[in-house]
Write a protein that binds this ligand. Structure first.
Ligand code: LLP
Length: 425
């Protein structure tokens, strides 16, 4: 479900034609729909309303300050994984007590920053980190509230790069080591272990692995309690998947049905860290066709756009599939094309490697240079993973609310690009 709709052959973000946004702000531009974000946030909130739940929006999915502020106004806290994300969350909300600080390699400086900000939880991923948090908190005369991130060794059935809860992944503490740590932690100052954290991976479309993981946490939680740690919070992470090819999102209720009774049974309150589910369908990338180039295979084309893998790396990195279609077109998708209509195309960027593509082997209407294309469902891990590769300034970001268009990140300039290197000789 999203609020990008085609009216009279033109794609709109809520009440605004994407052609208008391209005129105002150029291309490539990320366009987000506030109504779509609100809808998905509400879906999570409603699905988990039967248990006390903190929804910590996972900033990494789409870190734009305007979106963080919007989510905070809806009642979200934040899940951050770096000093930079912590600074963003603080700028958006000003409230450290709404932030959980995760990440497998927080530096001492980042831990100090988290302590100063008074974060709600440190999600601690190793014995080494627990000792560091204890030492730094003791030095600074503070107490860190800690959730131990445990690795349940459960396969969530997603891409291997975004699987995080299996034994071979770098994340979390294995369940046997957790027992020893529960004992050792009783002698560590400056920390109060009040939670357990688990995050299985991302783009998970089957709720069953959540059930399996939570069942595996029963014993470690009992152990922790036996050693006097008052475990009151279970942080189940993020990972709720979305549909990239049509259809509505997997209902949040289907995850809630598996998660809520188990968390209740364990006598805990719930923390969730959703990212993609909230913003994934809420963004499109608007790009202009720069050149049409016939391939050496008859009937095939390279549609060369002004967006590239530096703007959206998901297709190149994970083989991810995103719908791509002209912004202005009577047909809404290839099923609406007559068999004799259209072209077979690879939609590519101008970057100097063959891994630079947004879509491969697509049947498209016969587009021409100058046409606008929309790449769909790029709200999560789209702009946030973009880079300056090939010295390309990063795209603009725009937030649409009804008929209102707000530039929420200006397009980078050549000065932004060169500034950090100038004046150093
Ligand atoms: N919590 C933790 C500890 C995480 O590592 C992540 C995502 C989340 C929450 C949010 O997960 P979500 O609800 O968005 O699935 N770049 C990849 C996704 C990487 C996910 C990293 N961790 C992609 O484009 O598919």
């Amino acid at each position: 479900m999203d609020h990008f709709v085609r009216r009279d052959g033109r794609l709109f973000a809520e009440g605004v034609p994407l052609t208008r946004i391209a005129e105002l702000h150029g291309t490539p531009t990320y366009v987000y729909s506030e109504a779509t974000i609100r809808t998905h946030f509400d879906r999570v909130r409603e699905a988990f309303s039967t248990i006390e739940t903190h929804i910590s929006y996972s900033v990494k999915a789409c870190p734009n300050l305007a979106i963080c502020r919007l989510l905070q106004s809806l009642g979200a806290g934040f899940d951050v994984v770096s000093g930079g994300e912590l600074a963003r969350a603080l700028e958006a909300s000003g409230r450290g007590e709404e932030i959980v600080f995760a990440g497998v390699g927080k530096t001492d400086d980042e831990i100090r920053f988290g302590l100063r900000a008074g974060v709600f939880f440190f999600n601690v991923e190793s014995r080494d980190e627990l000792i560091a948090v204890s030492r730094i908190a003791t030095e600074t005369g503070s107490t860190a509230r800690v959730a131990l991130r445990l690795n349940p060794d459960v396969d969530p059935g997603t891409h291997r790069y975004i699987t995080t809860g299996k034994r071979e992944n770098k994340f979390g503490i294995d369940l046997v080591a957790a027992r020893a740590l529960a004992r050792e932690a009783t002698s560590l100052g400056g920390i109060s272990i009040e939670g357990v954290h688990v995050h299985l991976g991302s783009q998970i479309t089957d709720p069953a692995p959540y059930g399996e993981a939570l069942d595996r946490l029963r014993e470690p939680i009992a152990d922790l309690r036996q050693f006097g740690h008052r475990i009151q919070w279970l942080n189940v992470g993020g990972g709720f998947g979305i549909f990239y090819r049509g259809g509505d999102a997997i209902p949040a209720e289907s995850f809630a049905k598996v998660i809520v009774p188990r968390v209740r049974d364990l006598g805990c309150r719930l923390i969730l860290e959703p990212g993609r589910f909230i913003v994934g369908n809420a963004g499109v990338l608007v790009t202009r066709v720069v050149r049409m180039k016939p391939s050496s295979e008859a009937g095939r084309f390279f549609v060369v756009c002004d967006a590239a893998m530096n703007d959206l790396i998901r297709p190149s990195l994970y083989g991810a599939w995103h719908a791509v279609w002209p912004v202005e077109c009577a047909a809404a998708s290839d099923v609406d094309l007559r068999p004799d209509e259209g072209i077979l195309a690879d939609v590519v960027g101008p970057i100097c490697e063959s891994g630079d593509f947004l879509a491969k082997d697509r049947r498209l209407p016969a587009v021409a240079s100058g046409d606008l294309l929309a790449v769909r469902s790029v709200g999560a891990y789209g702009f946030s993973m973009s880079s300056n590769y090939n010295s390309r300034p990063r795209a603009a970001e725009v937030l649409v609310s009804g008929d209102r268009v707000r530039l929420v990140r200006r397009r980078e300039t050549l000065d932004d690009l060169l500034g950090p290197e100038r004046g150093l000789e």
